[in-house]
Design a protein around this ligand. Structure first.
Ligand SMILES: NC(=O)C1=CN([C@@H]2O[C@H](COP(=O)(O)OP(=O)(O)OC[C@H]3O[C@@H](n4cnc5c(N)ncnc54)[C@H](OP(=O)(O)O)[C@@H]3O)[C@@H](O)[C@H]2O)C=CC1
Ligand SMILES: CC(=O)N[C@@H](CCC(=O)OP(=O)(O)O)C(=O)O
Length: 342
């Protein structure tokens, strides 16, 4: 099987990461590569790490450039995907790495994003029960946000096993690539180096409704999420520390058993040995999710900590994993759980 793939937004971080992964995918042939302000430029000058594609020229993101492919990845700014997707055939697998098709509730979309809601597509987080089946054979995939991936996988087993109350306090650290490549003053080296900066505090981070949407079905009621992000001076990685009030009867043993059961057969989620804590370094460039749980008996809370690479499992790796499922390929094809250390 040869799958011909186009990447729109190939000059950006998410587009570059999906190309890095697709270059090692045995069934994929890389077709059109498109950009916006960089259309006409050689990819080698923009993504020098993608050596085999260095001589390729970026085209403008048009329906003509994207036509004739089996799969089109959209790595575009929020709000740009729907118009492009509407011009692609129903038989083409469109994988949207932006937020446009993730949320079910249009009111949430309006509140956190502001533009007209484009609709809802099957959600590319196969580890959440029910989602893998919905991805099989689909021709439209909404890739989750990076924080919702880390947080949903850290917490859903506790809700599914009814070990936690339907509230969660989450504090996550993220690398700077999560903000994209476009110039932003708060991301200048002199602003981010040597400091940790909170942002999106007080219920305003746009990933909050996505976390609520993912977790609530497992709690059997709406989960109230308080989320705080922290920008840290590293290029990649997310470490999410998630805490919820334990329900009566929860023990360290019941908590661990719930997570062991949830992830026994998941190729990318690794519940670390007891006493070993996730680090962003261990998942750098890999599609793995590292996870650990603890029961804080004195505070009556459960703590779940996850680490992912925001660009890999947090976007491009999750996108390729979901593509594999949609096309009926082995789910792990082209993806690795091996990190880079030290
Ligand atoms: N970075 C991350 O960790 C994650 C990113 N995502 C999502 O992936 C998408 C891309 O993000 P990211 O790669 O970080 O962003 P970047 O800013 O790095 O890249 C954006 C890409 O979109 C292109 N582009 C910019 N404006 C337009 C436009 N008006 N029309 C068409 N193309 C345009 C750019 O082209 P050019 O450079 O040629 O102008 C570039 O290729 C976003 O929706 C983001 O939310 C999702 C999860 C994680
Ligand atoms: C450092 C930083 O700014 N990170 C981004 C997350 C990027 C991401 O995963 O998500 P989207 O696809 O939803 O943009 C943020 O906090 O908004």
């Amino acid at each position: 099987m040869v799958v011909r793939v186009a990447v729109a937004g190939a000059s950006g971080y998410a587009g570059g990461e999906v190309l890095r992964l697709l270059l090692s995918h045995p069934e994929v042939e890389i077709g059109a590569l498109t950009g916006h302000s960089n259309a006409g430029q050689l990819l080698g000058g923009l993504q020098p790490h993608l050596v085999p594609l260095a001589g390729r020229t970026l085209e403008a993101t048009t329906p003509e450039a994207l036509a004739g492919h089996d799969v089109v990845f959209l790595a575009l700014p929020h709000g740009q995907s729907a118009a492009v997707a509407a011009q692609l055939g129903d038989d083409v697998l469109v994988v949207d790495m932006g937020a446009d098709h993730r949320l079910k509730d249009s009111a949430d979309w309006d509140r956190f994003y502001g533009a007209p809601h484009a609709g809802t597509w099957p959600y590319g987080l196969p580890e959440l029960p029910g989602h893998r089946a919905a991805l099989a054979g689909t021709r439209r995939i909404a890739v989750p946000g990076c924080f919702p991936t880390a947080v949903s996988l850290a917490l859903y087993p506790a809700y599914q096993a009814r070990l936690a109350e339907p509230e969660a306090v989450i504090v996550a650290a993220t690398g700077t690539s999560g903000a994209g490549k476009a110039l932003k003053p708060h991301l200048l080296g002199s602003e981010v180096m040597g400091t940790v900066t909170p942002y999106g505090v007080g219920g305003v981070h746009r990933h909050t409704p996505e976390m609520v949407q993912n977790l609530s079905p497992f709690a059997g009621e709406r989960v109230c999420v308080s989320f705080t992000a922290n920008l840290v001076p590293m290029p990649r990685g997310i470490l999410a520390t998630c805490s919820a009030k334990a329900l009566p009867g929860t023990t360290a043993e019941s908590l661990r058993a719930a997570y062991e059961k949830a992830y026994a057969d998941e190729p990318f989620v690794r519940l670390l040995p007891e006493g070993v804590w996730p680090t962003t370094k261990s998942v750098y460039g890999s599609n793995a999710v590292h996870l650990q749980v603890a029961h804080d008996a004195s505070a009556g809370r459960i703590i779940a900590i996850s680490a992912i690479d925001n660009l890999t499992k947090g976007t491009a790796g999750g996108a390729v994993q979901s593509m594999n499922i949609a096309l009926g390929l082995p789910e792990t094809l082209g993806l690795s759980t091996i990190g880079v250390a030290p």
